[in-house]
Ligand binder design. Structure first.
Ligand code: SF4
Length: 169
């Protein structure tokens, strides 16, 4: 009798966990670390010194011996993923590769109602490294020009009063 109750309770908990995972849009696999909620926190950021890169993905999932980063943007809805989000995810793939010694086959990007998969191919890696080099050159430069023509963006910018390039007063 007691065994049956424990079994039912176990099944209920399993179903509950599956529903929660489906709502979060997480792919199947063991959650090795998460940077949201209270369980299994990723205590330190992943660091890749030679790329001068550090970051914490929302989740790290273990599947088939690979560690797969998952980035969750619950407020975002779009039919296709934003390029900037894909590059952020690619950066997490690079961090996993550098810290575990094994490149993940892909990463997952979760929006409010869709999950996208980014294949971490050599082409994606090359594009990311080129982007990191470009960003680093801009960070090292003494003077950088404005990269947009959007007055609203300048109006909301905290550097507006100091910036010679601002489009809004
Ligand atoms: S105020 Fe300057 S730094 Fe800020 S968004 Fe505009 S151009 Fe960029």
């Amino acid at each position: 009798m007691l065994g049956g109750v424990v079994l039912c309770l176990g099944l209920l908990l399993l179903v509950f966990a599956l529903v929660l995972r489906q709502r979060a849009g997480l792919p199947w696999g063991r959650v090795a670390a998460m940077d949201v909620g209270a369980g299994r926190p990723l205590e330190r950021p992943l660091v890749a010194m030679r790329y001068r890169l550090a970051g914490k993905p929302d989740y790290l999932i273990e599947r088939g011996g690979a560690v797969i980063p998952v980035e969750v943007k619950p407020g975002r809805r779009a039919p296709r993923p934003y390029d900037s989000d894909l590059m952020q995810l690619a950066a997490y793939c690079l961090l996993v590769e550098e810290t575990t010694g094994r490149a993940p086959p892909w990463g997952f990007l979760r929006y409010a109602d869709a999950t996208f998969r980014l294949a971490y191919t050599p082409a994606v890696r090359r594009r990311l490294v080129a982007l990191l080099d470009e960003m680093q050159a801009l960070l090292d430069a003494d003077d950088v020009s404005r990269s947009h023509d959007d007055p609203r963006r300048c109006a909301g910018c905290g550097f507006r009063t100091l910036c010679d390039d601002a489009l809004a007063d």
